[in-house]
Design a protein around this ligand. Structure first.
Ligand SMILES: Nc1ncnc2c1ncn2[C@@H]1O[C@H](COP(=O)(O)OP(=O)(O)OP(=O)(O)O)[C@@H](O)[C@H]1O
Ligand SMILES: [Mg+2]
Length: 179
């Protein structure tokens, strides 16, 4: 992991990502992003999230679930996508509420479909759906299950380089500030 984080205003897709928090343009929601590089990036990403979420979340079982989800998304970004890659935390009024891994690769639709299917938010209606469930691994299913379906993916530009890419996110189980 290298370079500093950037603080940028949050727009469009995050309104959905934030669930009930429909205030992406009022300055109360911010993203911080860190570049992920090297074989130890999952370990560093876990440590970074733990340091950022300390004080908001202390349940070790829940933190263990977050570690696992981070591992799966980091592994996917390294294995299936092109770099650069970055980890991001969305803050709502200073509280970390969304975690995501962004990369410069494609396959957004496949990821969205898999997350929705594993979250029980889509019915298996086509051959494509069946293929999406049966071919491949378990990582996105783990993320869907452990996040309670509060997860997704969307197109984005990397904060560090401005390249087009996508981000895969899950919600952090902290209390949201009231709207
Ligand atoms: N960041 C990504 N970029 C591009 N494609 C991805 C990304 N993450 C997942 N995918 C696609 O979604 C599929 C399912 O991902 P998932 O993590 O569930 O399984 P896997 O990585 O293939 O295997 P496992 O996680 O069990 O080792 C992948 O095989 C890949 O085709
Ligand atoms: Mg995987």
């Amino acid at each position: 992991m290298r370079i500093s984080h950037r603080r940028i205003p949050v727009t469009g897709p995050h309104a959905q990502a934030m669930g009930g928090l429909h205030s992406p343009d009022d300055g109360r929601i911010h993203i911080k992003a860190w570049c992920l590089s090297g074989s130890a990036s999952a370990r560093k990403a876990r440590a970074l999230l733990r340091s950022r979420i300390a004080g908001h979340l202390t349940d070790e079982a829940v933190l263990g679930d977050l570690d696992l989800m981070i591992c799966e998304l980091t592994a996917n970004a390294h294995r299936h996508a092109e770099g650069p890659r970055e980890m991001r935390i969305l803050y709502h009024e200073g509280i970390p509420v969304i975690y995501e891994i962004a990369d410069a690769g494609g396959d957004l639709d496949l990821i969205v479909q898999r997350l929705r299917l594993h979250s029980g938010q889509a019915e298996i209606g086509t051959i494509d759906d069946i293929d999406a469930l049966q071919i491949g691994g378990r990582g996105l299913g783990i993320v869907a299950r452990l996040s309670g379906g509060r997860c997704g993916a969307y197109t984005t530009r990397l904060c560090g380089t401005g390249q087009p890419g996508k981000s895969v996110w899950f919600a952090l189980p902290v209390k949201h500030a009231p709207n």
